[in-house]
Design a protein around this ligand. Structure first.
Ligand code: ZN
Length: 278
């Protein structure tokens, strides 16, 4: 029987203003705490599915631990270790046991965990040697030809490693033969053709709704490439999954892994919040 487990990866500290776009601090400071540099805690949570179509599947890998110390400190990655690998170890697994890695998009805080930890004088290596990597086809095109505005969010050397692995599969449909019981849907407001996986009644929100605070439909991130589109997509996404009674999986919320959707007086919120899924 399929088992879903939420796994923590490395966390980040990011600028609160950037995380809430044009929302004023007077508003968003009611939802999150910040440090003396105005930075808030951002989780990078992954979803492990065991015995899913007979495979061990990892959705997302988080930021990982590949950045050199200066960049690690810029992005507020404070753990010395590759947290996702240790979370896998707690489940009795290593990265070699993963059969499929599904990536919502290739921003470094979602795909960086594919790489080995930073070591002085050594190039990072691509981990998960036995995994097929599933990436949205149109998003792949964006990742390989980014706009100057989002270029810094991608890792060209990682894209090259994925391509050279011979195990990269580009997804351009609502299903893929490797994971017949997973349905995919796509949104483009955050980044072109970001891929949301729907597995056993749980939908991976990725950066469309990074956490509870972004359940407010008009609130978007400064990183979103097309905020008006994102807001329209978010409303349709919440409406669709509310009606279907699906649960939401949050990758960036430090406190909530999964929640159900409530809808009252024209506003969406979360109920039945679960901190960790196991
Ligand atoms: Zn992103």
């Amino acid at each position: 029987m399929t088992r879903l487990i939420s796994l923590m990866g490395n966390s980040q500290m990011l600028d609160g203003g950037a995380m809430f776009g044009n929302a004023p601090k007077a508003l968003w400071s009611r939802w999150v705490d910040v440090d003396e540099l105005n930075r808030m805690k951002i989780a990078c949570r992954c979803l492990l599915a065991q015995d899913l179509d007979g495979k061990t599947v990892l959705f997302e890998t988080g930021i990982g631990n590949f950045f050199e110390p200066k960049l690690k400190s810029r992005f507020g990655v404070n753990e010395p270790n590759h947290v996702l690998l240790d979370s896998l170890k707690e489940q009795g697994l290593t990265y070699e046991d993963i059969d499929v890695v599904v990536l919502s998009h290739l921003h470094f805080d979602h795909a960086g965990g594919l790489l080995s930890s930073w070591q002085e004088g050594k190039e990072p290596e691509l981990l998960f040697p036995n995994a097929h990597y599933l990436v949205s086809e149109k998003h792949w095109q964006r990742a390989c030809n980014p706009h100057p505005r989002d270029k810094a969010s991608f890792l060209p050397f990682l894209n090259k490693m994925l391509e050279q692995s011979g195990r990269l599969h580009l997804v351009n449909a609502t299903s893929h033969e490797l994971l017949p019981s997973v349905a995919f849907e796509f949104t483009s407001g955050h980044t072109p053709q970001m891929m949301h996986s729907m597995v056993k009644g749980v939908v991976f929100c990725a950066d469309l709704i990074p956490g509870k605070a972004w359940m407010h439909v008009p609130v978007s991130m400064g990183y979103d490439r097309f905020p008006e589109l994102l807001i329209d997509e978010k409303e349709a996404f919440l409406n669709r999954h509310f009606k279907a009674k699906h649960q939401l999986f949050f990758t960036h919320d430090p406190d909530i892994a999964i929640a159900s959707i409530a809808y009252e007086k024209g506003r969406y919120s979360t109920i039945n919040e679960i901190k960790q899924l196991n």
